[in-house]
Design a protein around this ligand. Structure first.
Ligand SMILES: C[S@@+](CC[C@H](N)C(=O)[O-])C[C@H]1O[C@@H](n2cnc3c(N)ncnc32)[C@H](O)[C@@H]1O
Length: 319
């Protein structure tokens, strides 16, 4: 897909209905030959609309109409390139814990939760957040309602948990672990949230405060290199649970196959939350004729698909 098609596709499939500003900005970029050529000169993995747009937000672009935005891009192009080359899409969305929780709660604890591609580790605290399903079922941590509230609408027979899991340790790996105590990292995490999504901005700050009070143990490295060591470090009597959300798409097929093989071999339960098509092995376990166009993420336990979901865990459809 060329740059113009990529930005038009992002506007149509991702931004439309979620962020009017990103929708109109991406359409404007897609129609501008000069800017498309500039973006095409970046390394291909740096041409992601989400990354380019986050760099503009990090640099303080204000929410201007599309024509003005294109002018701003041209005037600030060198700074944008610098940020795009130095950073990557590390969106850390605590809302995804709502989708994972029905599986996590089925696993006997105590649990050592291990996340690959953890970013700042904010998906490692499902037991510290409050969760509301279908606007009527609410789960709160034992200590009382949390400052972080996830909201999820369900269809199908979702096993909505009645108690939160007992998580005794939180660890993870990332190519570039972010630190919620670092102001610049927080600024980048906020830049990755789309314009107008104030609820997500507030939730990010609330989740970061929880993580700052009890930080996860995050190591730097490639998930395929580090996963075995993280699982092996879990003591007897504790169930290792490896989770990942919106991560494996960043690996090539050989890397994904290697990880799939490791998860089949390691002594750990495995929760996968990835876009459809990321793991053909998992997609093959989706019952035939199952159609759920809107929910493009597949939630799986130990390699078997259990649900479809929207990317940020707002909607969950049980298979
Ligand atoms: C889109 S973010 C998702 C973060 C978090 N899982 C969430 O859902 O909020 C993807 C993360 O995966 C990390 N990542 C990508 N490839 C990786 C690899 N090979 N090994 C470790 N981390 C990786 C990135 O650095 C980034 O932080």
């Amino acid at each position: 897909m060329d740059v113009s098609a990529r930005f038009a596709d992002f506007a149509h499939r991702e931004a439309y209905g979620n962020s009017e500003r990103y929708d109109t900005w991406c359409r404007a970029i897609a129609a501008d030959h000069d800017l498309c050529a500039r973006i095409a000169a970046l390394p291909s993995h740096k041409q992601q609309p989400n990354l380019v747009l986050a760099a503009t937000r990090y640099l303080g672009v204000v929410e201007v109409p599309p024509a003005e935005f294109l002018g701003w891009l041209r005037s600030n192009w060198d700074d944008i390139c610098r940020e795009v080359l130095a950073r990557s899409t590390q969106t850390n969305e605590p809302g995804r814990t709502a989708a994972i929780l029905p599986l996590l709660a089925q696993i006997e604890g105590p649990i050592a939760l291990i996340e690959v591609g953890a970013s700042a580790g904010l998906c490692l605290y499902p037991d510290r957040y409050s969760h509301v399903y279908d606007d009527k079922v609410r789960l709160d941590p034992a200590a009382g309602p949390s400052t972080v509230v996830t909201r999820c609408t369900t269809t199908g027979d979702v096993p909505i948990p009645t108690v939160l899991p007992q998580i005794v340790s939180r660890s993870g790996v990332d190519l570039n672990p972010l630190d919620v105590a670092d102001l610049d990292h927080m600024r980048w995490l906020h830049a990755l949230i789309w314009p107008g999504q104030i609820e997500r901005d507030e939730r990010l700050d609330a989740a970061a405060a929880i993580a700052r009070a009890d930080p996860p143990m995050l190591v730097r490295g490639d998930l395929n290199e580090r996963i075995e060591g993280l699982v092996d470090a879990v003591p007897d009597g504790v169930t290792a649970v490896v989770q990942h959300t919106a991560v494996l798409a960043y690996l090539d097929m050989a890397g994904r196959d290697r990880f799939f093989g490791q998860m089949s071999r390691l002594n750990a339960r495995w929760i996968s939350f990835e876009g459809r098509g990321v793991f053909p092995q998992i997609d093959r376990t989706i019952p035939e004729r199952t159609q759920h166009q809107e929910n493009r993420f597949v939630l799986a336990l130990d390699g078997r698909a259990r649900a479809f979901a929207t990317a940020h865990g707002q909607r969950l459809h049980w298979l």
